[in-house]
Design a protein around this ligand. Structure first.
Ligand code: ADP
Ligand code: MG
Length: 258
């Protein structure tokens, strides 16, 4: 068993001997990981261990970086995302992403929520405001913004902006959501709101969350993989990983973070 999926069950996402680099620098060596559908999977490890590069390879966000190299495969529902038939637009709809810093678009709050829905022509124009409301309600932002839907998002707090970006990501009904340290620029109250929301997404959605915060992995993730120095050290059910790490590197990281 490699990852959170029993043998014989098809994972939502799978990396197979995936190695990644930029030019002469190898960032990640031969990572094989199976990510179960409907679970919350944390990628944990110190800064520079390759977590973001790995996460970004799961929806081809590295492709345009000069010098980017890849060996190995990533399968989404059993099909290579790096295959010839790869439609990037469709891939990014199916595998959404949220970054460390909120990145609302320079358009109104309501338009932000439905930007992807419009780009993918997922709903007729008359339905857009109802979709915006539903997604803002889902992320707990409706009450705060219902009287300012036409305003710029940049006057919202950082936490509210991140919730808005989450609403936008959810509006296109992705199968997988990739979160790269989504709360590391936020205050504790906003962090709690985002974590609660993440927990509410499973099992409809598969969530992969990068964090260097052990507490966050413990609070939200069923499974955790520990990265160190460009390789996947070990992975398993989160409680098992923390209570009885199999590798000395993992144990050291856990001890240093306490
Ligand atoms: P983490 O998210 O765990 O902090 P990253 O995946 O961001 O780690 O980075 C892993 C390594 O890859 C680092 O040594 C970093 O300098 C290198 N790296 C990341 N992006 C690039 C890039 N665009 N060009 C060259 N090296 C990069
Ligand atoms: Mg990172």
């Amino acid at each position: 068993m490699t990852g959170s999926v029993p043998d014989g069950v098809r994972p939502a996402l799978e990396s197979i001997e995936l190695s990644l680099g930029f030019g002469a620098v190898t960032v990640l060596r031969s990572v094989s990981l199976r990510i179960e559908r409907g679970g919350i999977f944390a990628l944990l490890g110190p800064t520079g261990s390759g977590k973001s590069t790995f996460l970004r390879s799961l929806n081809r966000m590295n492709d345009k970086i000069p010098g980017f190299r890849r060996e190995g495969q990533v399968l989404l529902e059993g099909e290579s995302i790096y295959g010839q038939r790869g439609d990037l637009m469709d891939l990014r709809r199916r595998v959404g992403m949220l970054f460390q810093r909120p990145n609302p678009f320079p358009m109104s709050i309501a338009q932000n929520v439905v930007a992807g829905v419009r780009a993918h022509k997922m709903a007729p124009r008359r339905e857009l405001s109802a979709i915006a409301q539903r997604r803002l309600e889902q992320v707990g932002l409706w009450g705060a913004v219902k009287d300012r839907l036409g305003e710029s998002p940049f006057r919202l707090s950082g936490g509210q902006q991140q919730l808005l970006c989450l609403a936008r990501a959810l509006a296109v009904e992705p199968e997988v959501l990739l979160l790269d340290e989504p709360t590391s620029s936020l205050d504790p109250v906003s962090t709690e709101a985002i974590e609660a929301l993440i927990r509410s997404l499973a099992p409809e959605l598969t969530v992969v969350i990068v964090t260097h915060n052990l507490g966050q992995a413990k609070r939200v993730a069923d499974h955790t993989a520990f990265f160190h120095d460009g390789h996947l050290v070990e992975h398993g059910p989160t409680a098992r990983l923390f209570d009885s790490p199999a590798e000395a590197e993992t144990a050291r990281y856990i001890a240093s973070a306490l």
